[in-house]
Design a protein around this ligand. Structure first.
Ligand code: FCB
Length: 462
């Protein structure tokens, strides 16, 4: 038992999922279409041609999944609400049958002694809102606040922790910048408008959550630990541009109420044409949060690159003069992501160095690995690589705590194997294996390891 990483008493261990990745039942109980339903149908958008139409069947099996969480011994479960179940067309009155599902899930979690942690937006925008401009349009931010108020009015008294947006960087830059995610718009510059409107939407939603009197509210960001490939000043400057696009673009407005000083260098002249930015927006976006959620998987190493488009008039917001380089000498997961646990410790400590007293308490809201695991002949799943990944990252988190970081909890991604966005069902992140034919759930070795690690931490903390 003494082998497990050490955490203070009260430290929270959890597991996470998101609606579109696990629920299935995309046409049931009045759910409307989302941008991921539409995007998945586009040829070549999802590597195995699949969609979340059936996924893990969680919509009908949520009791079984709550039982798996209870058995795991987690203190909390992070899930997301599908906006198209609540407002099938993205605005207007609540679809009660959709909201009833989450009310049942929350009741079941509470009964099982597992704290619900609710994400309002994990990428499944109602399609009618996308048809009206999506996050390029300020109107979507206003609609998001209305939707938030509807969910909080029903669940605000029973859900103690709320997350407005999951990884807005992905929504903006993968959704509208390079088109890798829904809605699949590879438009470049509109990603900046989307990013700004996501920040405004977050701020408005924080207001709605405060009005509903929820206990804790914050956001989950996929911050990147970026290192320059060499000490050459050109590479160091490239790393700052990458850091601006990935991190400062979000953390400066959220925590300081201003855009990052390095913006102009990152986006060049484009940044002067951002007429969608209105006075007061960043005061909204910087509404105090009770915690900052961090999704961490892998770091980046970058070096300087030339502009892809030499003509400034034709450049887009995706042209930032940096490029990623490989990280040899470390293991890579099935996603091809380098495993560098100490980068998590550095990321956690660097936030305090940069923001000091402005930084709220931190939660790791996602961390985990996709591995090439499959059931053995007897049905068991031996995923030693995932155990090593979880253990090394928990150790890094525990070190950060010892170095003074105010880290309150750790959430493993994911409870279940699920629909991994543009990778479809080809990448498995679960602590629990899912057979997509039968929807049978089988806890992997990593589930049993995590359960023992949680129990050991509780026992030691007394
Ligand atoms: C994150 C997403 C999550 C999952 C993991 C692997 O970017 O928030 O839904 O896909 O990556």
């Amino acid at each position: 038992m003494s082998d497990f990483p050490v955490f203070p008493s009260g430290f929270e261990f959890g597991a996470a999922t998101s609606a579109y990745q696990i629920e299935g039942a995309t046409k049931e109980d009045g759910r409307g279409p989302s941008i991921w339903d539409t995007f998945s149908r586009r040829s070549g958008a999802v590597s195995d041609g699949s969609s979340g139409e059936t996924a893990c069947g969680h919509y009908h099996r949520h009791r079984e999944d709550v039982a798996l969480l209870a058995e795991l011994g987690v203190s909390h479960y992070r899930f997301s609400v599908a906006w198209p179940r609540i407002q099938p067309s993205g605005s207007g009155p609540v679809n009660t049958r959709g909201l009833d599902f989450y009310a049942r899930l929350v009741d079941d979690l509470l009964e099982a002694g597992v704290k619900p942690v609710l994400t309002l937006y994990h990428w499944d925008l109602p399609q009618p809102l996308e048809d009206a401009g999506g996050w390029r349009s300020r109107d979507t931010a206003e609609r998001f606040a209305e939707y938030t108020a509807l969910v909080a009015a029903r669940l605000g008294d029973r859900v103690p922790r709320w997350i407005t947006l999951n990884e807005p960087w992905c929504s903006a830059f993968l959704g509208y910048g390079n088109g890798e995610h829904a809605p699949g718009a590879s438009e470049g510059t509109p990603a900046l408008a989307a990013a700004h409107h996501l920040l405004v939407g977050h701020g408005l939603a924080m207001g709605a959550l405060r009005a509903a009197g929820v206990q804790e509210a914050g956001i989950a960001l996929n911050l990147d630990q970026v290192d320059p490939a060499t000490p050459d000043p050109a590479d160091v400057a490239a790393a700052l541009r990458a850091e601006t696009q990935r991190n400062l673009m979000w953390t400066d407005p959220l925590l300081k109420g201003c855009y990052a000083a390095a913006e102009a260098d990152t986006w060049g002249e484009l940044i002067e044409r951002q007429d969608f930015r209105r006075d007061g927006d960043l005061a909204l976006a910087s509404a105090p949060m009770d915690f900052l959620g961090l999704n961490y998987y892998t770091p980046s190493t970058v070096r300087a690159a030339p502009w892809r488009e030499p003509d400034p008039a034709r450049r887009t917001a995706m042209d930032n003069r940096f490029e990623g380089v490989a990280r040899p000498g470390v293991r890579h997961t099935a996603m091809g992501w380098p495993v560098v646990p100490d980068a998590l410790r550095r990321l956690l400590t660097s936030l305090g160095d940069r923001y000091g007293a402005l930084l709220p308490p931190l939660h790791i809201t996602e961390n985990g690995s996709a591995e090439h695991d499959a059931p053995a002949a007897d049905g068991t799943v031996h995923d030693a690589e995932r155990i090593a990944y979880l253990e090394s990252h928990l150790r890094a988190a525990s070190k950060a705590l010892a170095e003074g970081v105010d880290l309150r909890g750790y959430t493993a991604w994911s409870l279940l194997d699920n629909f991994e966005w543009a990778h479809g069902y080809t990448k498995r992140f679960g602590l629990v294996h899912v057979d997509y034919e039968t929807e049978a759930r089988t806890p992997k070795d990593s589930y049993h390891w995590y359960k023992a690690a949680i129990a050991a931490s509780r026992n030691r903390a007394g």
